[in-house]
Design a protein around this ligand. Sequence first.
Ligand code: X2X
Length: 341
Amino acid sequence: MSNDISRSRRQLIRATATAGALAAIGAPLFAQGTPLVFKWANNIPTTHPSNIRVREAAEAVKKESGGRVEIQIFPNNQLGGDTDMLSQVRSGAIDIFPLSGLILQTLVPLAGINGLAFAFKDYDTVWKAMDGDLGAFIREAIAKVTLHSFDRILDNGFRNITSSTKPINTAEDLKGFKIRVPVSPLWTSMFKAFGAAPTGINFSEVYSALQTKVVEGQENPLAIIEIAKLFEVQKFLSMTGHMWDGQWILVNGRRWAGTPAEVQGLLNKHVTAAVMSQRDDIKQLNLGLEKTLRDKGMVLNTPDGRSFRDVLAKAGFYEEWRGKFGADAMARLEKYSGRLG
Ligand code: X2X
């Protein structure tokens, strides 16, 4: 009898222990254990919507996880230039890093495809393509180099050329023009096709490269030109709108794979909300930025994009990149852009 009692007690203890362990596994993982910290680094000034909105996402993630999941933000090239940060997100020294697809191109050639000059006529087309099957196709290519990418790409914007020496009215004006481009094969190739003299420089060095006149000009969306105060070292703003550029939010692949599903879900939710708000912010900013930059002393002109596009086509730019990206990828882009070149 006493043996029976002790046996059933032992069984009860064992059963309780098992139930306890199961309860622990089933409980929300971010409600226990040491906090999970994600280091998020970027090349963007702190007052840009990309940083304002990620700070909000970080707060929301912290709150919703009861302080168990934390995003630490290192803005404005604090951890190095883009090339450096790309190595760091691959090694795991950084966990999350938004990067232009065109700079990522050094690692994932396909990721530059949205930068093909004059591919997108407006934002509607951009978001259809990038939130649709073109974006999905690019993210698959990114996953192959063990980087995870959040579904939604941040807006950087349509890019325009600035200069300290002269306005760019026609493609002819780009001949011999000393221009900074981000470190990326497609960017360099595009400005070479115009007959310009492009130099690949990380954004962390751009202000000083312009100030010391290492280069005459650069190209960026209006929000960056204003927020990074490039108007202080550039006089002319030529509204070429020659390409659309965005930042994929990359995550170290091993870190992502090792992140519990609930935490992935929490991050997805708030990062996606941040991206959608960031896109709206840039849209709002764009309404007033031409005036703001004029008020800061910049001289604006609006060239005819078609003449630039014709020069690129004649120089064989589109044919070269059609070969490099391949027919399948080009078909996915041209579904949105129409035939290029
Ligand atoms: O480096 C640039 O010019 C910038 C800030 O636009 C990018 O991140 C591509």
